[in-house]
Ligand binder design. Structure first.
Ligand code: ATP
Ligand code: MG
Length: 549
């Protein structure tokens, strides 16, 4: 297992050495307005593990200061996802629990002459703000007296004004080169009920004001966030200082995680669900943690992926196949390996007694004999994958069954194809073969080598199963192509195969992980039952990405 090691760890080590902090406290602050995705995993894993290595603590804090879009459904889902990743928050808090304390701090700023009630409309506020190259203009309401500001702010709170009619702004510097410092709005009027506070409030603090205060109320030492907040740090520090928060929390930024051919923005994920392009947030093609889990990614594989791909202050785009790599690393020695045939072709063994079913043995994981073994079966009718048969053996070194050519059926016998039955279109519907009884268990006494080893499923005991094969859901933008997000949807992102799996699979439960030999890593779907087995392909065995060490 990878240990966390990155530039933020170095910062924390130095802070501890210099005695700037004694106990490390971090927090993960999601907005409860969507399901968590793999990008969030980068934040979660860093927040928790950076505290853990120093015996510190981590709070989960729902950033629910904006009542629009937020809901309890997301709160529960986020708690579950974090638990699934293997972390336990030391506390679960809600930003809205601090509304009273946050309001008091706003009063403090007004009294210090550092905040004022502004009557500019949202459009005017934008206009007065200036641009990157031009300074802003002071609002005509900037110099209201402390008394007047206190009265108006009280009236805002009491609901005397409509949405947008007034705001409370920090009085900083309309000429600051950093636009965030040009008298940012710190409270706005929103006549919207809150999922926890009901109609108690009709004014809500803005993120840039609420967040540093919440961090300080909780005694957070290292407040980690993604890089787009870099130019908000100066405001974070201003709020902490002017509101006299002690000890002061500090903000550190890291680059966001992007993955090739994967959309992660909440807006898009919601559009996919609401537009019916996917079956829900836990559709296996979604980059949500619930989706990835259903598809078969393990918490360990996600942790190793996040830590293995490192952290810097620059946003990074990681190749999706790297996640597959970490899943394979995690499951290689752990997952039971079964034989499944996802695109079946019937093979009749002409020289095997009709009605006889023979028991053979297969290791659960040939690379890890400690996992034990299970029974497999053999009879005169079996299935192999269509890909594993070709009438005429090509010169290429492709290992498969062909007429007059022998293959090893894994853990069973050598068979040789002798003829084919075709339908009226010339499609092969059945292969006739003979087996060599002396090769039982998979080796020939005369030492001869077969033309490869393939998996099979015995027809007498095998189980029907559905196999979900997934591909990219939304392709990345190609420069100059100007396609919308919906136009970039892959029409072939989900293929359902109906095939067979060996009898051993009858006891599988949703969430079980397997390697189906020569086929890929699979996970039993949440809708799978004994009567209707469904497996999701997590990844194929071919995507063998090797990370650069
Ligand atoms: P939005 O901006 O759409 O509201 P968000 O991605 O900022 O969404 P939050 O719920 O605010 O979502 O995220 C919680 C934390 O997760 C934030 O600190 C954010 O920086 C971090 N985070 C979100 N997406 C990523 C990502 N792709 N990579 C790294 N960190 C991320
Ligand atoms: Mg956000």
């Amino acid at each position: 297992m990878e240990e966390i090691n990155n530039f933020i760890r170095t910062i924390i080590e130095k802070d501890l050495e210099e005695g700037k902090v004694s106990a490390i406290k971090t927090r993960f602050p999601p907005e409860p307005n969507a399901y968590l995705h793999i990008g969030h995993a980068r934040a979660i894993i860093n927040d928790f593990e950076l505290a853990q290595v120093f015996n510190g603590t981590t709070n989960l804090r729902f950033d629910d200061t904006n009542p629009v879009n937020e809901g309890a459904e997301y709160v529960d889902a986020i708690i579950k996802d974090i638990e699934w990743l293997g972390y336990k928050p030391d506390n679960i808090f809600f930003g809205s629990d601090y509304f009273d304390k946050t309001y008091e701090k706003a009063i403090m700023l007004i009294k210090k002459g550092l905040a004022y009630v502004d009557d500019l409309s949202p459009e005017e506020t934008t206009k007065y703000r200036g641009t990157l190259t031009e300074p802003g203009i002071n609002s005509p309401w900037r110099d209201r007296s402390v008394e007047e500001n206190l009265r108006l702010f009280e009236e805002m709170k009491e609901g005397k004004y409509k949405n947008g009619e007034k705001t409370l702004r920090a009085k900083i510097d309309m000429a600051s080169p950093n636009i965030n410092m040009r008298d940012p709005v710190i409270y706005r009027i929103l006549h919207v009920p809150h999922h926890r506070q009901g109609t108690k409030w009709c004014i809500y603090p803005m993120y840039d004001f609420a967040h540093p205060l919440q961090d300080a109320f909780e005694g957070i030492t290292h407040s980690l966030c993604s890089i787009e907040y870099d130019d908000h740090r100066i405001l974070y520090d201003w709020v902490v200082e002017k509101c006299e928060m002690n000890p002061a929390p500090h903000q550190y930024e890291f680059g966001r995680l992007n993955i090739t051919n994967t959309v992660m923005s909440k807006r898009y994920l919601r559009q996919l669900v609401e537009g019916g392009y996917v079956t829900g947030y836990d559709d296996c093609r979604m980059p949500t943690l619930v989706g990835l889990r259903r598809k078969g990614f393990t918490a360990t594989s996600i942790r190793e992926f996040i830590l293995g791909t490192g952290l810097s202050r620059i946003n990074s785009t990681i190749d999706a196949s790297l996640l597959d790599h970490y899943l394979m690393e995690d499951q290689k020695m752990k997952a039971n390996r079964l034989m499944a045939v996802i695109d079946p072709l019937e093979v009749v063994i002409d020289n095997y007694p009709e009605g006889k079913v023979e028991e053979l043995v297969a290791l659960n994981n040939m690379e890890n004999p400690e996992l034990g073994s299970h029974k497999i079966y053999f009879s005169n009718k079996i299935y192999i994958d269509k890909e594993d048969f070709v009438e005429v053996k090509p010169n290429r070194k492709r290992k498969r069954l062909a007429l007059d050519s022998e293959v090893r059926l894994m853990n069973a016998y050598f068979i040789k194809a002798v003829s084919v039955d075709k339908d009226e279109n010339g499609e092969i519907i059945r292969v006739h073969a003979t087996y060599d009884p002396s090769t039982k268990g998979g080796d020939a006494p005369d030492g001869r080598k077969p033309n490869g080893t393939i998996q099979y499923v015995d027809a007498a005991t095998g189980l029907k199963a559905k196999f979900n094969l997934f591909d990219v859901l939304v392709f990345d933008e190609v420069e100059g192509e100007n396609k919308t997000f919906i136009e970039r949807l892959n029409p072939n992102s989900w293929d359902i195969k109906e095939g067979f799996i060996e009898a051993e699979a009858i006891n599988t439960n949703p969430g079980d992980h397997f390697q189906f030999v020569r086929t890929g890593y699979f996970c039993t779907d949440k809708l799978s039952t004994k009567e209707n087995l469904i497996f999701n392909r997590t990844c194929s065995l071919k995507s063998s990405f090797t990370p650069v060490k």
